[in-house]
Design a protein around this ligand. Structure first.
Ligand code: 13P
Ligand code: SF4
Length: 302
């Protein structure tokens, strides 16, 4: 392990590289990363770092967003097959149809989406800024893609807007059921229930707190409570336990595991830094189109 860490440190210097990691990647990858965070933090920090190479320990849409925002940098994806299925779950033809039906519509695209889908959007959001951004939009009609659950959560908080939903979903978060949460609460009454908004509404209704991965970590860290039920991917446990060694965290189901995030390994990081591949590539025309909604997100989220 320490040999691998040393090799990564050497390569980072040689390649002028920085490692960004999402909270869902394996613990040992979070441990060696320079910056670990939720999707919003990672997209913002990618625009602020001086290094010429970004090695992205996360799924493909995260690396793509870093490249879209930083065309002059080399963005490495240690495992290009680590893709988020939900990122593909919207249809450009349907977006065109909605635009023709609702002339004033804003197409709001969750950052968990392909670069292709972003090209059709007016603004991007993440789970930590969706409420702020959608409420700041002048448009009454909102077409929220690709995640239906996050879209329905945002809609429930903004009753003055009219939402059109899409049927995308995250298989990890939708595997968590209301019955799972109730059973956990029956076994350990008093647990604080911390829920990611990609979960279904029946789970959100039982939450003490709803928010992004960073939001969940911050809430648990600031809380006076000692025991928490974690309703998101279990990679967050690493940071939760680092920051709160005396608190107890319980998982709610048996499938809170994102197989794509877990494809990122130290070996793959070493190999990508050695070979400086695979890189994220996107044509300049496509990049500019996908960059507009991401830049608008960064501006509106300030
Ligand atoms: P956040 O870290 O922004 O909450 O996103 C969760 C997620 O599913 C990323 O794939
Ligand atoms: Fe995609 Fe869900 Fe995995 Fe996040 S946890 S990368 S939304 S499949």
């Amino acid at each position: 392990m320490s040999e691998k860490r040393e090799r990564i440190a050497e390569l980072k210097k040689e390649r002028d590289a920085v490692i960004l990691a999402h909270y869902y990647v394996p613990d040992e990858v979070q441990e060696i990363a320079d910056y670990v965070g939720d999707s919003f933090y990672l997209s913002r920090i990618a625009t602020q770092i001086p290094q010429r190479t970004i090695c992205f320990a996360g799924v493909k849409f995260m690396g793509e967003s870093a490249k879209i925002l930083n065309p002059g940098k080399t963005v490495l994806l240690p495992e290009p097959m680590a893709d988020c299925p939900m990122a593909h779950m919207a249809d450009p033809d349907k977006i065109r149809e909605i635009r023709n039906t609702y002339r004033d519509v804003a197409v709001v695209c969750y950052i968990n989406s392909t670069a292709e889908l972003k090209q059709h959007a007016d603004v991007c959001v993440t789970s930590s800024n969706a409420l702020k951004i959608v409420s700041a939009l002048p448009n009454k009609n909102i077409y929220f893609i690709p995640d239906e659950n996050l879209g329905r959560y945002v809609a429930s908080q903004l009753p003055d807007k009219h939402f059109i939903f899409n049927d995308g979903f995250c298989h990890v978060h939708t595997s968590i059921t209301r019955e799972n949460v109730k059973a956990a609460l029956a076994a350990r009454p008093g647990l604080k229930v911390l829920v990611h908004p990609e979960c279904k509404s029946g789970v959100l209704e039982l939450a003490d707190y709803i928010g992004s991965t960073s939001g969940i970590i911050d809430y648990a860290t600031a809380s006076d409570a000692d025991e928490f039920l974690i309703c998101t991917e279990l990679g967050v446990l690493y940071e939760l336990r680092q920051k709160n060694p005396d608190k107890k965290f319980y998982s709610v189901g048996h499938r809170q595991f994102c197989p794509n995030m877990k494809k990122i390994t130290l070996e793959k990081i070493i190999s990508s830094l050695e070979s400086m591949s695979p890189t994220v590539e996107i044509t300049e025309e496509e990049r500019q189109k996908a960059c507009a909604p991401l830049t608008r997100m960064l501006e509106l989220a300030r």
